[in-house]
Design a protein around this ligand. Structure first.
Ligand code: SF4
Length: 62
């Protein structure tokens, strides 16, 4: 599974970095993926972060 953040839409609310800090981190005012490839054990938490993103700008690619 891969994950990425649409930088044009991210508002920098930091929610994903709190929900899934193993994958998401802040880069200035926006969140970025530390590693685009999500390991199996982090998939569920990463999906949760994507579902909870207020502007739905986390892209999951199965
Ligand atoms: S939850 Fe969404 S809007 Fe908030 S920082 Fe993460 S990617 Fe950006």
């Amino acid at each position: 599974m891969k994950a990425s953040v649409n930088a044009d839409e991210c508002t920098g609310c930091e929610l994903c970095t709190q929900t899934c800090p193993e994958i998401f981190e802040m880069d200035g005012d926006i969140a970025v993926c530390k590693d685009g490839e999500v390991s199996a054990e982090l998939e569920e938490t990463c999906r949760q972060a994507a579902e909870e993103c207020p502007v739905e700008c986390i892209i999951i690619d199965d």
